[in-house]
Design a protein around this ligand. Sequence first.
Ligand code: ZN
Length: 188
Amino acid sequence: MATALLVIDMLNDFVSGKMRCEAAAAIIPKIRALADHFRRKGLPVVYICDTHFPGVDRELELWGDHAIAGTWGAEVVEELKPQYGDFVVRKRRYSGFFQTDLDLLLRELGVDRVAITGIDTNICVRHTAADAFFRGYRIAVVRDAVASWDGAEANETGIRYMSEIYGAESPAAEEMIASLEPQTGANP
Ligand code: ZN
């Protein structure tokens, strides 16, 4: 079984646009290193992207228009652009699993563990982690590759919640990469 990298909502609107998350830019290099490594290992890289329909999606009543389908704001930031062989799953609510084909995709790819990155730790990351837990996936929230609109402390609290409630590991990006290597020395 395999680990998939999930890159959640690293979209122009959230990184530099109208709903900018100040801490988002700083995690781009970590996510980029992870994505490069996953691709090299032949492991799936799955982008999970807010893609809203204006005047239709009820979530917009709460937050205002963001990540509107067909606009620049809904595109993945230039530095992390999906590459050939990556997967893109569009969502209209917080969870990457809700009314999307993410679960079907992961099962067809033979994935049993998800490495979660992106924003916001306490909104879309958390709800995606919850749904992954409900469906029996093992979860790693990459602690230096997620961020929150509410700052570093809220980010830490969110990671701790997912570890306590969903049994998520919380490796740093480098530890995540190391965990993908075959463990040597344990067996003759
Ligand atoms: Zn949204």
